[in-house]
Design a protein around this ligand. Sequence first.
Ligand SMILES: [Zn+2]
Length: 153
Amino acid sequence: MKIIQKNLHFLEPFESLEKVQHIIVHHTSRKHMTAEECHDFHQKERGWSGIGYNYFIEKDGSIIEGRGQHVGAHAYGHNRTSIGICMTGDFDSESPTNQQWTSFLWLCGYMLKLYNLTPLQVLGHRELEGVQKSCPGKLINMAEVRSQVTEYI
Ligand SMILES: [Zn+2]
């Protein structure tokens, strides 16, 4: 597995993360979106520096670096202390592809090792206090994620 760098241009300098406490999982909630499209969307529509996620996983399983190991813009109140991983898809109505799922578990395990975290520190966006949306989608069982990721640590 490898992490692909796309030379995305960010409008502002990156900021250093504080002590990372969580991996936060997201979906795009759009069925088709590449990392570049997400980057453009966050920059032009949202008015952010660039793609808000730290890592982005496309349907073919490609892992693309967004903010990388820097402060992202993906989970209000948690951006300085978490890594946000987003998968393309609307997981309220479709499941991740097998390639996406394998890449996701690998990346999640890699980040847990890197930041010395446990699977219990992997959270779905909706599990954060005050979040109303279903992100990363109703079909994603976070308990199952935390269980499956143990094999990738
Ligand atoms: Zn989300």
